[in-house]
Design a protein around this ligand. Structure first.
Ligand code: BEZ
Length: 212
């Protein structure tokens, strides 16, 4: 099954290193970052999960929680956690789902058979409080994820949900934004963007980040 932006994230119940997880209930009123990992006891995954542990606070500041999944079982994850904590000087302070039956992997299309027909690719699903899939990023097993980028995407989603802006190339917190093209009424623009804007073209209007 392929998931598209705006779809409701498939709900599931699965065992994890932190007990049984009912996914939608676990998400609650916040955001969830669901990440798939090809396999336990592999080097790149070990560094990724250590990194996720270190940035838990960054997710929390954004009202978000991360959870990981691989097609190994929870007993295997629990053994691997020791290695992650030892080698990465990090706590694995988030759940890793056991998915030996591939229930989650199949529901989210995390196995790409032409890349590998048994292991999941490195998927990232950004799921909002309404349980909608808002962004997805997919990497091959050989490329570890950039977690600065994951936080940046989350920042962009949350900012653009709140204001009539979109974020330009390489945007990061504090940079100028673009006013959405659908907003044309001059009075409305003045009201929404009291700091003003610069029209480089009629369709390309830059404005300071509204909440800064
Ligand atoms: C890794 O996490 O290091 C990895 C997993 C599967 C294939 C290649 C690398």
């Amino acid at each position: 099954m392929s998931i598209r932006l705006g779809d409701t994230a498939p709900d599931f119940t699965a065992d994890s290193t932190e007990g049984t997880i009912r996914f939608h209930e676990w998400i609650g009123d916040g955001w969830a970052i669901l990440m798939s990992h090809p396999k336990d006891f592999t080097p790149v995954c070990t560094t990724e999960l250590g990194t996720v542990g270190k940035i838990k606070q960054e997710f929390a500041k954004r009202n978000a929680k991360a959870l990981a999944v691989s097609v190994d079982d929870v007993a295997s994850h629990k053994k691997w956690v020791g290695d992650i904590e030892d080698t990465q000087s990090a706590k694995v302070n988030f759940p890793i789902l056991g998915d030996e039956g591939r229930k989650v992997a199949d529901a989210y299309g995390m196995i790409h058979p032409n890349a590998n027909d048994t292991l999941t690719v490195r998927s990232v699903f950004f799921i909002d409080p309404k349980k909608k899939v808002r962004a997805m990023i997919t990497y091959p097993a050989s490329t570890g994820r950039n977690f600065d980028e994951i936080l940046r995407v989350l920042d962009s989603l949350q900012l653009t949900d709140q204001y009539a802006v979109a974020t330009p190339a390489n945007w990061k917190q504090g940079d100028d934004c673009v006013i959405v093209p659908s907003l044309q009424d001059p009075d409305e623009i003045k009201k929404r963007f009291p700091k003003g804007f610069k029209a480089l073209r009629p369709y390309l209007r830059m404005t300071p980040q509204p909440n800064r």
